[in-house]
Design a protein around this ligand. Structure first.
Ligand SMILES: [Zn+2]
Length: 200
């Protein structure tokens, strides 16, 4: 990484260094020139009848100890990367907690039938709680005032992107409200208020 680049990404590089200590096998691989990611993309298009068309272009995905990133990774701000990496770290911890086979089972097998993927919804919810916490800490609670992040989280749970994993918007909004109340009760104070941006 060039000198200017590492200054621009000082916080996320620092977070990555700690993440690599915690998970030595961790690595980041771009999706666009990775045949494995293209195979998953095709499978997802088939199984969701085209509802998940953005796997290669919009989604960050942890498989094993590898984070597969879309082209947008290079455009993300330093803070947005830290928030994303904090979400993905939860998946790395889950993978360690359950082992690869059980983690893959919880995450993937309940994909069938589409629609009520309880295992995946619980794993993703744990990670999105961390997304909310990281957003409040790094961008301030005011960055949630427009409700865009909350809407995006609801969309991800109820829509086709993750196979309609938990199609109950009211329930997901209640989870978000509970998480935000908990974050507030813990008195999480913004470490720094940066410009609100796309955070994953
Ligand atoms: Zn996730």
């Amino acid at each position: 990484m060039a000198e200017g680049e590492s200054a621009r990404y000082a916080r996320s590089e620092q977070f990555l260094a700690r993440l690599r200590q915690e998970f030595p096998a961790f690595r980041i691989v771009p999706k666009h020139d990775n045949p494995f990611s293209h195979a998953i993309d095709l499978a997802l298009k088939l199984v969701t009848l085209g509802a998940q068309r953005h796997y290669l272009t919009h989604y960050h995905t942890v498989i094993g100890y590898t984070l597969y990133v879309p082209p947008g990774w290079t455009q993300m701000s330093d803070v947005a990367r830290v928030i994303l990496l904090r979400h993905e770290r939860v998946h790395l911890l889950q993978r360690r907690r359950y082992g690869f086979v059980l983690f893959a089972f919880l995450y993937l097998v309940p994909f069938l039938p589409l629609g009520l993927a309880y295992g995946r919804a619980r794993l993703e919810w744990e990670a999105y709680r961390e997304t909310l916490r990281a957003t409040v800490e790094l961008q301030g609670v005011a960055s949630l005032a427009d409700g865009r992040l909350q809407d995006e989280i609801v969309r991800r749970f109820v829509g086709g992107d993750y196979g309609w994993m938990w199609p109950f918007p009211g329930r997901v909004r209640a989870w978000i409200a509970e998480a935000l109340a908990e974050i507030e009760a813990l008195g999480v104070t913004p470490a720094e208020t940066g410009p609100a941006g796309r955070v994953y």
